[in-house]
Structure formats: structure tokens, C-alpha cells
Design a binder for this molecule. Structure first.
Ligand code: HEC
Ligand code: HEC
Length: 374
């Protein structure tokens, strides 16, 4: 009798489980089996609230403007140790070179290899739509990374940008700087559910993939776009504009350099990849243009991204990039160094009939495969 009862219990438990998934809604669920709430990013609400399944998200409050005047803005935080860490994390985002740059006095603190800042790409210190924001970032880590088949944590992800975008070295996991950066990202991610991906403006604005599948980026047109729309700020030769303090000493950049100096991202950075750079540039550059609606077309963004990153433009090299995507099934299309060196020292590419330039500047037909997670 008892046996029968437990079988019945087990059976009803199983059916309950089965129906907990509401099979008819499965198609609405992502690959994580979770129906993603929509998160609308508003500028005029101060409290995060849920309405009809949509979360109205607002950036926590700042004093000043982290987008236009990042060095003088600051997060409004409680007068606690947590608040102090958020503030220090913010400083590390906007004035990275002052704390861990290649010229700081304490040689042991020279983790960044260039005089740039996280906010150069994570616009407004991670508060800007489609400008690689840190909104929701905290709840995305640790994450399974199919590309390397590992569980990667936020420390490792930040260090990815330290070694590539900042052309520097890994920050120790236990350092105050690593803690502060992550605490700042935690503060910015408040109210965003773990794993939420339908956040308006998260990551970057994507240029039309059909266009890049069928067309090679036109570097000469990219040069023309650069000269007319970018050179005023980034310089005729990509050199950027330096800032100087009251004593005439260099104090980072007003506009970051894009090539031609060791103060840029290296060849391992996301920004060195044509599609990633195009996605970034499309909505966010020229700086401030997206207030009136972005002014570049998808094609202009694609062409100018290829121009900035062309081989003739010097930038520091990241070695051993050929093993960045150890599983050739899971890779990004715009990785120009890939595969393994054969006997003659020649690099093999995984797609038949494709050479390095096809990966670097397209057309991307026949190259786009299983996407890496994140
Ligand atoms: C030269 C540009 C550049 C710089 C400088 C840079 N990053 Fe990044 N970072 C990127 C790009 C591009 C991505 C990927 C964005 C995407 O695909 O959505 C990224 C992604 C990240 C992510 C993952 C975000 C997420 O939500 O998944 C973290 C964390 C991060 N960067 C931290 C930093 C920190 C901290 C610094 C400064 C020490 C920094 N980055 C400097 C370009 C840069
Ligand atoms: C009004 C000045 C201005 C113009 C014009 C401008 N930028 Fe920028 N750009 C900036 C600033 C300033 C940053 C750093 C981010 C910030 O402070 O918000 C930046 C950042 C960037 C970055 C990432 C920074 C890095 O370290 O790699 C790229 C790439 C970029 N711009 C490309 C372009 C391209 C391409 C154009 C032309 C289509 C352009 N920019 C036009 C001011 C400008």
C-alpha cells in the first residue's frame, strides 16, 4: 500500500513538473527556459517599478553628467563603506589612467598599458544606451562561456578588457581596484533580474548583418567618413587629443587615440574587430550624435570601422590570438587570426577558400557560425 502511494506521489510530482513549464509558452522562452521580462530603460523614473510584466529601469542617480563631464560627475551613494567602493569604482571607470595607468608613481600599480579609460568605450561610465553599458552586467556573471567551455566570472571578464582594450595586465582578484569596479557594476545593476537580457540598449547597436554578409567593407569610403566626421576630435592621424593638468603634465585624453600610438587598444581587443567596432560606432559616434538620432548609416559605420583597424595603422600587438577560439564551431566571424600553425608556419582558417582579409573586412558570407555566449 505504501509503495503504491509513493508511486502515485512520484507520478503526480512528475506531471506537476512537466506542466510547470507550460509547454505552449516554450517558444517564448530563451535557451535558458526562462521567459525574459522586457526592461525598458527610462530617463524620467527614479524608482525601478514593474508594470504589466515590463520593468521600468532607471539609472541610479549621479551628481553631474557622467556622459559629458565624467571627471566631475559622481554617483550619489550612501555614506558607507559600500558607497565608498562605488565611488572609487566610478573613478576607476572614468580616470583609469590616474589610478592604474602606465605612468602612475607606484610602479606596482601600473596595470593598464595605456592612458585610456574604461569610459572610452563603456560610455558615460557604463550608463549609456548601446554604449556597452554595465546595466545588468553584474547579474550576467559568472556565466558559461561556450567559446572556451569554462564558467567565467566577472573578474576574468574585466581582466579580458585589461589585457586587450587597455593593453595591460590582469588586476588581482583580491585587489581593492577589482572589488571597487565590481561594486560599481553591482550598484548600476540594481533592480535588473539575474540573467535578464531583454534590456533596452544593452550591449551595442547592431549593423545590418545581411549587408555585411554580402559586402566587403570599403576602406577608402571609410577614410572619407573618417576625415569628414571623426578627424575633428580623434585627429587627422588617429592620435586623439591629450589633456594637460595645471602643471603642464599629461592627464589622460580628452578624446582617445584610435591608432598610431601605444595608448590605444591592442589587436586582441573587441574594438579591433570590424563588426564589433561597427556596432559600437553606428549609434555612439560622432560622440553626442545619438541625441538627435544616430547620423551614420550601417555602411558608413562598417567602412569606417575597417579603416580605423586597417593593417597600415599601428597599434600594439596581442600575441597568441590564434587560440582565442579553441573550438572552431564557436567563434566570431571577424577574428582575423584563427586556427593552428601548420608545418610551413602557415595559419589554417576553418572555412574552405577563405583568407585572412575575408575575416577581417568581409564579406562574411559562409563565415557566421555558432555564436559565442556573451
Ligand atoms: C577600447 C574599448 C574598451 C575599453 C577601453 C574597455 N572595454 Fe570593456 N568591453 C569592450 C567591448 C567592445 C565589450 C563587449 C561589448 C558587447 O559586445 O556588448 C566589452 C565588455 C566588457 C564587459 C562585459 C560586459 C557585459 O555586460 O557582459 C566588462 C565587465 C568590461 N568590458 C569591463 C571593462 C573595464 C572594467 C574596463 C576598464 C578597465 C574596460 N572594459 C575597458 C570594449 C572596451
Ligand atoms: C565630438 C568629438 C568626437 C567625434 C566627432 C567622434 N568621436 Fe569617437 N570618441 C569621442 C570621445 C570623447 C570618445 C571617448 C568616449 C567618451 O568620452 O564618451 C570617443 C570614443 C571613440 C571610440 C572608442 C574609444 C577607444 O578607445 O577605442 C571609437 C572607436 C571612436 N570614438 C570612433 C569614432 C569614429 C569612427 C568617429 C567618426 C564617425 C568618431 N569617433 C567621431 C569623441 C568623438
Amino acid at each position: 500500500m505504501r509503495q503504491v502511494a509513493s508511486v502515485v506521489v512520484a507520478f503526480s510530482f512528475l506531471t506537476t513538473l512537466a506542466f510547470a513549464f507550460e509547454p505552449w509558452t516554450l517558444s517564448e522562452r530563451g535557451d535558458r527556459g526562462y521567459k525574459q521580462p522586457k526592461i525598458e530603460w527610462l530617463d524620467d523614473v527614479t524608482i525601478n517599478e514593474v508594470e504589466n510584466g515590463t520593468i521600468n529601469y532607471a539609472i541610479p542617480a549621479f551628481e553631474g553628467d557622467p556622459f559629458w563631464d565624467p571627471l566631475n560627475a559622481k554617483p550619489i551613494v550612501p555614506d558607507t563603506k559600500y558607497g565608498e567602493m562605488v565611488e572609487y569604482g566610478y573613478q576607476l571607470m572614468v580616470a583609469t589612467w590616474r589610478h592604474i595607468g602606465p605612468e602612475v608613481e607606484d610602479k606596482n600599480m601600473r596595470y593598464s598599458g595605456n592612458n585610456g579609460a574604461c569610459t572610452n568605450c563603456h560610455l558615460g561610465a557604463g550608463t549609456f544606451k548601446y554604449g556597452a553599458p554595465f546595466v545588468g552586467t553584474f547579474g550576467h556573471f559568472p556565466q558559461y562561456r561556450n567559446r572556451e567551455d569554462v564558467l567565467g566570472d566577472l573578474t576574468a571578464r574585466i581582466n579580458g578588457c585589461m589585457e586587450r582594450s587597455m593593453n595591460g595586465y590582469k588586476l588581482p582578484a583580491s585587489s581593492k581596484e577589482m572589488m571597487a569596479m565590481q561594486t560599481y557594476m553591482h550598484w548600476l545593476s540594481q533592480g535588473v533580474p539575474v540573467g535578464a537580457s531583454k534590456i533596452e540598449g544593452r550591449r551595442l547597436f547592431k549593423v545590418d548583418r545581411k549587408m555585411v554578409i554580402n559586402n566587403r567593407a570599403d576602406v577608402e569610403n571609410g577614410r572619407a567618413v573618417y576625415e569628414s566626421m571623426c578627424a575633428t576630435c580623434h585627429g587627422e592621424n588617429g592620435e586623439g587629443e591629450k589633456r594637460f593638468d595645471a602643471n603642464g603634465k599629461m592627464d589622460g585624453y580628452i578624446t582617445p587615440p584610435l591608432w598610431g600610438t601605444d595608448d590605444t587598444y591592442n589587436t586582441g581587443a573587441g574594438m579591433y574587430r570590424t563588426l564589433k567596432a561597427a556596432d559600437f560606432i553606428r549609434n555612439s559616434m560622432p560622440k553626442g550624435s545619438s541625441a538627435q538620432g544616430p547620423i551614420l548609416s550601417d555602411k558608413e559605420a562598417y567602412d569606417v570601422a575597417a579603416f580605423i583597424n586597417m593593417d597600415e595603422h599601428y597599434r600594439p600587438i596581442k600575441y597568441n590570438r590564434n587560440v582565442d577560439f579553441p573550438d572552431t564551431r564557436v567563434r566570431v566571424p571577424d577574428q582575423d587570426v584563427m586556427g593552428y600553425y601548420g608545418e610551413g608556419g602557415e595559419l589554417t582558417y576553418p572555412d574552405e577558400g577563405k583568407d585572412r582579409m575575408d575575416y577581417k573586412v568581409g564579406p562574411y558570407k559562409g563565415i557566421i557560425k555558432q555564436k559565442p555566449s556573451n
